[in-house]
Design a protein. Structure first.
Length: 305
């Protein structure tokens, strides 16, 4: 059985449904114990999510609410679209029974396009959790006083050794760090996890968290072209991190069709993006048919000054 955690809010429940349906469709050999965590005071459409997952009955789903401790500092980046939900994952031990020793956490803006058996059965070799590095990221060095060799991982996919997490008082370590260093935290929970546990995490293959930069052109990552192409080909978990999401009409993510494929399997099928305006429809049409020089001219004319 796979123990799975997703933390979300009402606005992201549609995307959580896509994530879960894609995972279940492509992993029929496991039974999944799914825990969905929302915010206290916000109502999630639990029945709509349950109906979305009914055709994949190899799962059980339960819903929990997150209420942070009174007085606990939990900073948010005012320039980002994060909500308090991003902090929920660090309370992972509270959402599962004491005898649960391993939990897979997934961000909601993910699709799973293959089997996760090798991920779930991975030997963590004594690490608190497994995570995937962001190639070339200097966030830890620049913001957190980490060493360059520590690397910096994305926290959208985490495979927790929950037994060790509890025994090492990892939550208390994190909360103490956050209280003391909150002004350093740009991607707050992710930064804190990196700062506290860089040496206690297992580095996992990029295919288990193929983030947006792997799919951009020109590619910004300091990796050989053949490595980038292999990640694109082998990606099992596609993470649509960053500002542009596949559910945006103007998204140019080359794997956005996977999101829409699984969306049509949920009760949110028929969704119309808020940015599907006449302006954007004309712009997309023009981008598809106009030569590059003319597209550049049109972009300059149409873009606001």
């Amino acid at each position: 059985m796979v123990n799975l955690l997703i933390c979300t809010n009402a606005a992201y429940l549609q995307h959580a449904a896509v994530c879960l349906r894609s995972l279940l469709e492509n992993n029929r050999d496991f039974f999944f114990n799914v825990v969905v965590v929302g915010r206290v005071g916000e109502t999630l459409d639990e029945e709509k999510l349950r109906r979305s997952l009914e055709p994949t009955p190899w799962h059980a789903i339960s819903f929990r609410e997150f209420l942070p401790p009174m007085g606990q500092v939990l900073p948010l980046n005012p320039n980002a679209k994060y909500t308090l939900d991003i902090w929920s994952r660090i309370w992972v031990s509270d959402f599962f029974d004491d005898d649960v020793e391993r939990v897979l956490y997934l961000d909601a803006d993910i699709v799973v396009v293959g089997g996760v058996t090798p991920l779930w059965q991975m030997d963590l070799e004594g690490a608190l959790f497994g995570a995937v590095d962001i190639p070339g990221s200097m966030r830890g060095v620049e913001n957190l006083e980490m060493a360059e060799e520590d690397g910096y991982f994305n926290s959208g996919v985490l495979l927790f050794d929950l037994k060790q997490w509890r025994q090492s008082n990892a939550l208390e370590t994190l909360l103490d760090y956050v209280s003391r260093q909150y002004q350093r935290l740009k991607d707050p929970d992710q930064d804190a996890l990196n700062a506290c546990f860089a040496s206690r995490r297992k580095k996992m293959d990029y295919k288990w968290n193929a983030i947006g930069p792997f799919f951009r052109e020109p590619n910004p990552l300091p990796l050989k072209r053949e490595i980038i192409e292999k990640v694109r080909e082998d990606a099992v978990i596609i993470h649509y991190n960053g500002a542009t999401k596949p559910w945006d009409f103007v998204s140019n993510h080359p794997r956005r069709k996977e999101y829409w494929k699984y969306l049509e399997m949920t009760e949110w099928r028929g969704y119309v993006p808020a940015d599907k305006t006449l302006h954007n429809m004309l712009r997309e049409f023009g981008s598809a048919i106009l030569p590059k020089p003319l597209k550049a001219f049109v972009k300059k004319v149409w873009s606001p000054s």
